[in-house]
Design a protein around this ligand. Structure first.
Ligand code: C2O
Ligand code: CU
Length: 526
């Protein structure tokens, strides 16, 4: 049914295009330009306690209200507060635990996006946290310094939970990041910038539009760290912005009209060296760390320019033509000196490196409207089985002229080639999510290092959350070599599957979950 709805919507867009009709009701999103009058809120660093060598954090999902727009109280969700959540921070080699409590009246989950960890700790659809419940994952940080993030992942409900405000950053540090010549004072010259777009109704409530627009709801209100029209007071010659696209559907092209930036890190950590760029395209879930130079007393704005979505059918209907300011930077009259960005490789660089010649397995993934390799997500079915220790190439292709992306849990991959060509510099670093331009083939190199589990899978999926919720997701088991686990229905997972299905409300198999037009935290899923 949703298949038909989507196909019809896309066909309608294409038909209108063919007819030369410029206006597509409900599909064109223009973004409002607010006054930049509110100081950028910086999510607090999460407190933690260390006992017996384990650093333990606590997060509670809860309801609240937030002034996304000044003077307008919007019902929202957050962790330990009304909107977004605190920034977790840990060091490579540290053992961490998180007590995730759920004070909402619906089941949710918390997934550690970009983290290498056991499937049982991953926080996907198989690790639900029920209302009043607590989930306590624990693992050892074993990957390079990076800007990771966390967000709910309950099957069929992820778009709504993230949209209401459940998301936060998880920063990792290591020897290389600690010794790097990079701005590093959190909230001062090392600033998280979570960019999201919203639709608010006349009463200030969040709305998920359900008009068949692709690739989902595109909002006219853009917020950074939960406020529209934010400024940050700069006190140093350079500032490092940790950019996260925390939107459900919109892809941004972030940069400054009047200067270039130094891109220093992508999803999974530092590049080999800084790359000077005018803008960086970020699809939902992607991160980039950029360093921007400022002069005393000046003001400039981070903006999202018209974004090249590749060969999509109607870019203007998918946010491609939208250009708007996101965050104002106001430099003080005197700026403290900042070093030119540079760093040396980590002592772990050799063990972390991926080598194309080690790849022994190639898998192909074709993304259609809402399917991957012709299938929709089934929580009781294993789609792929990989062996611990193996290096693989995943050939991923978006087969239709609609935006999609591809995210793989557990690993950071390297983009080897796009249509046989080396990737642009902004896709040359460690990645866990990549925008898929239509009809191009992305070859991704990854290695499954450890954490074999014959029962619990990792997810891979489109990170446009409407697509993910409607079934554009598959399940990957990572097993010991020689395990007899095979793709197909899983008896062991049927219990989880039932749970996930019951909880997502209805029609998980059909993939078309309920989409309230007004997202009212009190009226949800009774
Ligand atoms: Cu950010 Cu499977 O998700
Ligand atoms: Cu998609």
């Amino acid at each position: 049914m949703s298949r038909t709805t989507t196909a019809t919507a896309l066909a309608a867009v294409v038909a209108l295009l063919a007819a030369g009709c410029g206006a597509i009701p409900g599909s064109v999103s223009s973004v409002d330009e607010p006054e930049f009058t509110r100081e950028l809120p910086v999510p607090p660093l999460a407190e933690s306690t260390v006992t017996d060598g384990v650093r333990t954090f606590r997060l509670t999902a809860q309801e609240g209200t937030t002034e996304l727009l000044p003077g307008v109280e919007t019902p929202t969700w957050g962790f330990d507060g009304p909107y977004l959540g605190p920034t977790l921070r840990a060091e490579r080699g540290e053992k961490v635990a998180v007590e995730v409590a759920n004070d909402l009246d619906v089941t949710t989950s918390v997934h550690w996006h970009g983290m290498h960890l056991p499937a049982a700790m991953d926080g996907g659809p198989h690790q639900p946290v029920e209302p009043g419940g607590t989930w306590r994952p624990t693992w050892t940080i074993d990957q390079p310094a990076a800007t990771l993030w966390y967000h709910p992942h309950p099957h069929g409900e992820t778009e709504e939970h993230v949209y209401r405000g459940l998301a936060g950053l998880f920063l990792l540090d290591d020897d290389a990041s600690r010794a790097a010549d990079l701005p590093r004072e959190y909230g001062v010259d090392d600033v998280p910038v979570v960019v999201q777009d919203k639709v608010l109704d006349d009463d200030g409530r969040l709305v998920l539009t359900d008009d068949g627009g692709e690739p989902g709801t595109l909002g006219g209100t853009v917020v950074t760290n939960g406020v529209a029209g934010a400024y940050h007071q700069v006190t140093t010659e350079r500032v490092r912005l940790r950019l996260l696209n925390g939107s459900t559907a919109r892809t941004y092209s972030l940069g400054f009209a009047d200067r270039d930036v130094d891109l220093v890190a992508t999803d999974g950590g530092l590049l080999d060296a800084p790359v000077r760029l005018d803008q960086v395209r970020l699809a939902p879930g992607e991160r980039a760390e950029v360093v921007v130079a400022m002069s005393p007393g000046e003001t400039t704005r981070l903006r999202s320019a018209e974004v090249d979505l590749g060969g999509v059918a109607a870019p203007f209907a998918m946010g491609g033509n939208d250009a708007f300011d996101v965050l104002e930077l106001r430099a003080a009259d005197e700026l403290a000196p900042s070093p030119e960005p540079s760093w040396r490789p980590s002592e772990h660089a050799a063990e972390d490196a991926l080598h194309g010649e080690d790849a022994t397995v190639t898998r192909t993934f074709d993304l259609d409207e809402r399917t991957i390799n012709g299938e929709r997500m089934d929580a009781g079915r294993i789609d792929e089985v990989a062996a611990v220790g193996s290096t693989e190439v995943w050939e991923v292709r978006n087969t239709i002229p609609m935006p999609h992306s591809f995210h793989v849990h557990d690993v950071q991959f390297r983009v080897l080639t796009i249509d046989g060509q080396a990737p642009p510099p902004e896709l040359a670093g460690p990645k866990d999510t990549v925008y898929l331009e239509p009809r191009r083939t992305y070859r991704l190199l990854m290695r499954f290092e450890d954490y074999a589990d014959d029962v619990l899978p990792y997810m891979y999926h489109c990170h446009m959350l409407l697509h993910e919720d409607q079934g554009m997701m598959g399940q990957l088991l990572v097993v010991e070599p020689g395990s007899d686990a095979r793709p197909g229905p899983s008896e062991h997972l049927s219990g989880h599957a039932e749970h996930a299905a019951a909880d997502a409300g209805r029609e998980v198999g059909d993939g078309h979950g309920p989409r309230a037009s007004v997202v009212d935290p009190h009226a949800a899923h009774g």
